[in-house]
Write a protein that binds this ligand. Structure first.
Ligand code: MF3
Ligand code: CO
Length: 266
């Protein structure tokens, strides 16, 4: 399928969805701590989105039952929120989507609670850095393989981690998942060419151990086969000739992380 190019009006609407989404994850960041659980965070996120005129993109998508995907420790993505209490040292990946005025935004952030092991903190840092290296490649005329290469090269060759291959980033707009697919591995010059003013979600999922994953019995949660920790960061970005514009923002989230004494700053 062809990659959709967005008009300036459409871009503004995606930007608005991403703004509400970024503020929603900042609200979540204020509430993450040992002792709370996914159900509580999910309710909070859903209420915040609805109070501000949006709809949670994920709820009902392929019958997904929640507004957040919350993936804990060895869970990679698509974790369904549960009542299980978080513990000191857990890493909590929160993935969320907002649909407003006909357009989606999609982003994810991984939080660390309290005494996260140094090697896991390093995995968090490197995964976030790999997202920004991928975004650097998201300029008009480049290909999805340039993004995948940048992410994989940094995580797998410059660091000892593994990128998950079964799940990919994606175009985003009127629908949550559009062309192109944006893998977190690949070769420079491979894949679809990115036109100016297309919008894509880039979302490295990176494991401390092996890259293999499996789907849990709930038919949603993806987890590492070897039980190693996995980290996920995601931004929605606008492809431009010289430099991609990041439409979602970690600024409010990171301000909230700084002020939340229960979380580690990476
Ligand atoms: N955030 C996921 C993505 O980036 C989508 C979650 S799938 C859902 O593609 F079913 F939970 F919505
Ligand atoms: Co996504």
């Amino acid at each position: 399928m062809a990659i959709k190019i967005k008009t300036p009006e459409e871009i503004e609407l995606i930007r608005k969805s991403c703004e509400l989404l970024s503020k929603t994850l900042a609200e979540v960041a204020k509430a993450v701590r040992a002792g709370t659980n996914g159900i509580k965070l999910d309710k909070l996120a859903e209420q915040f989105i609805k109070d501000h005129g949006g709809h949670p993109s994920f709820k009902g998508y392929n019958r997904y039952p929640a507004s957040l995907c919350i993936s804990v420790n060895d869970e990679v993505v698509h974790g369904i929120p549960t009542v299980e209490a978080y513990k000191d040292g857990d890493i909590i990946s929160c993935d969320c989507g907002v649909f407003m005025n006909g357009y989606h935004g999609d982003m994810a952030y991984t939080f660390g609670i309290g005494n996260v092991k140094p090697e896991v903190l390093e995995l968090m840092r490197v995964t976030k850095e790999s997202l920004y290296l991928g975004i650097e490649q998201a300029t008009a005329g480049k290909r999805t393989g340039d993004i995948g290469f940048a992410v994989q090269d940094y995580c797998e060759r410059k660091h000892p981690y593994k990128c998950v291959r079964e799940l990919v980033g994606h175009g985003i707009g009127k629908t949550l998942h559009e062309d192109p697919q944006v893998p977190n591995y690949g070769r420079k010059g491979d894949g679809q060419k990115l036109p100016e003013n297309c919008t894509i979600a880039i979302e490295p999922m990176v494991n401390l151990g092996k890259r293999d994953v499996y789907t849990k019995r709930d038919n949603w949660t993806i987890a590492t086969q070897d039980g190693s920790q996995s980290v996920h960061f995601e931004h929605t970005v606008l492809v431009k000739p010289l430099k991609a514009e990041i439409l979602s923002s970690f600024e409010w989230i990171e301000q909230a992380v700084k002020e939340n004494k229960e979380l580690v700053k990476i």
